[in-house]
Design a protein around this ligand. Structure first.
Ligand code: FRU
Length: 488
């Protein structure tokens, strides 16, 4: 098999062909989840951007749709959002409702010769099948801003306004509108706050309840672009605080940084709009790549995929509020066979080893590491590849080592071992792992710490091994599921 189909994910969204980056226009409408995405339909590298389109009833199985938005006289179609205009605030739906997309038009300013980014609107009267660009485009321009992009819009009932959160290089701005067409600036946030390792991109802002407290907080998500001096490349941070209708107020000190994901491949993630209140979930999906090497990954006719969709929650930890995330429960329908073990002692002489005849896996492991011994979960191919997910109790560190994961030589920053601080609770760790043909996602402690990484094994993974170097750990419980592919 050529690399094209060998690395085609079995249960992550990937484009039919050619280049994909950010998720765009995530909206639930008339029974379907829409996923638009940054798409270059003529090449497997980034280029003049279009919006690709797919729809799903369950966030797991996707149907590819025709390209939704093409570049036009105002430029390429960069990232943006969709909302349902339920009450025809835009006046574009003649007594009914429909979908509005707000996105960045990117071109070159004829006077200055500089890149120019302005915000535009498109609408669909047939549930996202066909799109019309608004005649008055662009609807929002700020001539002095070189970086000004990725609008995310939501209805704010408290102030009876549509709110747009949008990034401007080193900060995010807030605009409001009654009709989704005319926007006025209400505030800005971010200079000197959080990480500025790269340009700010792809913001999102929403309110979430804090587990079992009856209270809630606002979450501001900001992706930060690649910086040649940072080995991590592009990644996503978040802030917790309040939104007063005009601006965001950070609960934490300005130098406090929180990361959404400690793997290398989760970027530009934003959440679905208009998920019904009865459902109540806030679901996010990210682009599963990194600007550091996104254009070099070893697939051919297609390139780029999304993370699993994840439901977000807030929880209290050490006096602060933090985000947790787990794949949406709909993923469970992919489970096929199940195997389980309890109370297995793992020592250097008696490693755990299970051969698999399938390479799409879900693994749940509760491990007792009170001995202080480092434990490795090794996912091995029939060839030379091994992906190691490890926990080092001494340094309280959870990591992925993909240095021997297969094809790694396409970029010097790829073959790394990286991870996150994580405390074992009562000497135990709880890991939930999804393994696909191009990626591994690790959720620790019910989604408190998450690592998402692309991998390109030299042959299908066919063995799960759990091992230690010198002492013993105990597998309190271990469950392995084989998973169905979403391509039938
Ligand atoms: C983030 C990003 C956005 C931009 C888009 C262009 O990955 O750089 O800021 O709108 O990609 O494709």
């Amino acid at each position: 098999q050529n690399n094209d189909e060998r690395f085609r994910p079995g249960f992550h969204f990937s484009p039919p062909s050619h280049w994909l980056n950010d998720p765009n226009g995530l909206v639930f409408y008339e029974g379907s989840y829409h996923l638009f995405y940054q798409y270059h339909p003529y090449s497997n590298k980034w280029g003049p951007m279009h919006w690709g389109h797919a729809v799903s009833k369950d966030l797991v199985h996707w149907k590819h749709m025709p390209i939704a938005l093409f570049p036009d006289e105002h430029g390429a179609i960069f990232s943006g959002c969709c909302v349902v205009d339920w009450n025809n605030s835009s006046g574009l739906f003649e007594g009914s409702h429909g979908l509005i997309a707000l996105f960045t038009h990117a071109d070159t300013c004829p006077e200055s010769g500089q890149p120019r980014q302005r915000q535009s609107l498109a609408y669909s009267r047939d549930a996202g099948h066909t799109w019309h660009k608004y005649e008055g485009n662009p609807v929002l321009a700020e001539d002095e801003l070189l970086d000004f992009r990725d609008p995310k819009v939501f209805w704010h009932p408290q102030s009876e306004n549509w709110i747009m959160v949008i990034v401007a290089g080193d900060h995010t701005r807030f605009y409001r509108s009654k009709n989704l067409r005319e926007w006025s600036l209400t505030g800005e946030f971010g200079k000197g706050e959080g990480s500025h390792d790269g340009v700010w991109e792809c913001p999102d802002l929403f309110e979430l309840p804090i587990d079992e407290t009856g209270r809630s907080k606002w979450v501001l998500i900001i992706s930060i672009g690649d910086n040649p001096n940072c080995p991590e490349g592009s990644r996503t941070q978040y802030f917790i605080g309040e939104f007063d209708g005009n601006t965001f107020i950070n609960d934490n000190p300005a130098d406090h940084i929180m990361w959404l994901d400690y793997g290398r491949d989760n970027y530009a993630g934003v959440s679905w709009s208009d998920i019904p209140e009865q459902d109540g979930r806030r679901v996010i999906i990210g682009w599963m790549s990194n600007w550091k090497y996104a254009n070099e990954t070893p697939t051919g006719s297609w390139r780029g995929a999304m993370t699993l969709p994840r439901a977000l929650s807030l929880t209290n930890r050490n006096g602060g509020v933090i985000l947790t995330q787990m794949p949406v429960r709909e993923i469970e329908q992919l489970r096929k066979e199940s195997m389980s073990w309890n109370d297995v002692a793992v020592t250097p002489e008696t490693p755990f080893m299970q051969k698999m005849n399938e390479d799409l896996l879900e693994i749940e492991a509760d491990i007792d590491v009170r001995s202080g011994e480092e434990v490795h979960i090794g996912l091995k191919s029939s060839g030379q590849s091994e992906i190691v997910i490890g926990y080092d109790p001494e340094h309280q560190w959870l990591f992925i080592d993909r240095s021997k994961s297969g094809v790694t030589d396409f970029h010097p920053s790829f073959a790394t071992k990286h991870g996150a601080g994580m405390v074992a609770v009562n000497g135990k760790i709880k890991l939930h792992i999804w393994l696909d043909r191009n990626a591994v996602e690790v959720y620790a402690d019910n989604g408190l710490v998450v690592l998402t990484d692309q991998i390109f094994p030299d042959a299908p993974i066919e063995e799960v091994g759990i091992s230690t170097q010198s002492g013993q750990v105990v597998l309190d419980s271990l469950q392995i599921y084989t998973l169905k592919s979403i391509h039938i």
